[in-house]
Design a protein around this ligand. Sequence first.
Ligand code: ZN
Ligand code: ZN
Length: 368
Amino acid sequence: MSAASAASAASAVLFEPGSGLTLGEVAVRGPRAGEVAVEIRAAGVCHSDLHILNGDWPEDRRLVLGHEAAGVVTAVGDGVELLPGDHVVLSWFAPCGRCERCASGKAWLCTGTRAVENVLPDGGTAFSSNGEEVWPFLGLGAFTKSVIVPRSAAVRVDPELPFEVGALLGCAVTTGVGAVVNTAEVRPGETAVVVGCGGVGLATIMGLRLAGAGTIVAVDLSAERRAAAERFGATATLDGAAVDVPAWCQEHLGGADYAFEAVGSPRLIGQLPAMIRSGGAAVVVGMPPIGAKVEIDAFDLADQGKRLLGCNYGSSVAAVDIPRLAGLFLAGRLPLDELVGAQRPLAEAGIAFEELEAGIGLRGILIP
Ligand SMILES: [Zn+2]
Ligand SMILES: [Zn+2]
């Protein structure tokens, strides 16, 4: 495939306004200047895709879903130094590289990116179907065979890295580990509670072990996920339906140093400050529905010097953090392969989303 090759059609997992999840065929054009064509080899199924399907994040256009993926470069546009055959992890928050936030090293707060509008940097899309535009979720649209992404969304990684592990580095792992080491800056011996043990929560627990946290308490309604949390480094697990978690944290830990919410539930986020000690930090990692409001004890927050931290993409710079995390996996220090759940063809996307919604299994992967 060359930059000038004709559009090719392939099946894709789509969000269709009004009807939700559908399978369809999309054509993709070749890469233009500053763009990279990537053949997707593995793509994770993330709660953010579910937010679109559930209407939590309103969208009135047809989208190719998928924003957590790894693959191989097949062609590049002018000005791109990547080569066909390079292995890449896709980053869903392609930074512009020029804004004040990017210039100050905070690419995860880039104000110039258009990825969150579900468009490429020029405001367009590389996907079409029967002559109509189809839009890339978070600028990627990874639930199909071939995608066009901006150069800053393609992070070159060691070809030894398995694709399904690379996919998780595109969102869940970078978010969860980053929440610990970048956002919260957890220090050895500090204590933490993690509410929600899906992909992001389990990555947060792995990050806590990597950072040398002392007591690591994992909370989930699923016994299967609590067992997984123990494998990843949790030193205690709680069934959130059976235990008053804030009371438990105060009684057994005197309040944790950190409480991470990895679900995106306003009700659970509101409980975080009551789980931590004075001077501790509550970290909102899971993505809530747009406009969600949280009720917290404001006096307790001020009086006890507690901190409430937002965390987008693990406060990570993808070009720096993704290769580092890949290196830690390849060195045997971050068992990311154990996060990988069922691997399915695109046609079984519906099952993967049902399992995600029901909290069954580990991180589901689609193979286009
Ligand atoms: Zn995600
Ligand atoms: Zn920027």
